[in-house]
Write a protein that binds this ligand. Structure first.
Ligand SMILES: Cc1cc2nc3c(=O)[nH]c(=O)nc-3n(C[C@H](O)[C@H](O)[C@H](O)COP(=O)(O)O)c2cc1C
Length: 170
């Protein structure tokens, strides 16, 4: 057995299998945004899930090692933008760890200044964080939705570590 083979443990194999399985789960792509001082900040997320209708509540998961986790707390107001097929570049940008001020040119929309919302998205939610539940290396973030607006259109999808969009069935 080579040194490299000997270094791969069952835990490594499980972690890789876990990542491979979830790479097969096709998802819509959202960006969670918020004001960090005077600066727009945010991160790309596929973990957005609807939790409750009464009250309207969603969750997303955020890595505890991220800049966003360090900036979010109970009471923070966040904007959630469901990206459209043409917004792949924005998804890539918000998936990088960029310094404060790096998102100043991103076009925003909406009258609610408590949370930024990305222009041209398929749908927007404004939500107040009610609870952050640390779990493993991430935290589950529960948010109460205070405004919801759908525009519709073709979605940006993520599957098998690549971007896609829908093709109508013939
Ligand atoms: C398609 C896609 C989906 C992602 N989904 C999540 C997610 O749900 N939660 C998360 O914490 N990070 C997710 N990430 C990674 C973050 O976007 C990335 O770590 C980002 O750099 C964090 O930025 P920050 O450190 O400035 O907060 C995703 C990345 C991509 C490309």
């Amino acid at each position: 057995m080579s040194t490299i083979e000997a270094a791969i443990t069952p835990a490594d194999n499980l972690r890789q299998g876990f990542k491979d399985v979830f790479s097969q789960l096709a998802s819509g792509v959202s960006v969670v945004t918020f004001w960090r001082g005077n600066h727009l900040h945010g991160f790309t997320a596929t973990s957005l899930t609807s939790v409750s209708l009464q009250p309207p509540r969603v969750l997303f998961c955020v890595a505890q090692g991220s800049q966003s986790y360090a900036a979010l707390g109970a009471g923070t107001c966040v904007g959630i933008s469901l990206l459209s097929a043409g917004q792949r570049e924005l998804s890539d940008r918000f998936a990088r760890k960029l310094a404060p001020g790096a998102y100043e040119d991103v076009a925003l929309t909406g009258p609610d200044e408590r949370a930024p919302l990305i222009a041209g998205a398929l749908g927007h939610l404004t939500a107040d964080i009610v609870e952050l539940i640390p779990s493993g290396d991430h935290a589950i973030v529960l948010c109460d939705v205070t405004a919801a607006q759908a525009a519709g259109g073709a979605p940006l999808l993520y599957h098998a570590r690549a971007y896609h969009t829908l093709h109508p069935r013939s």
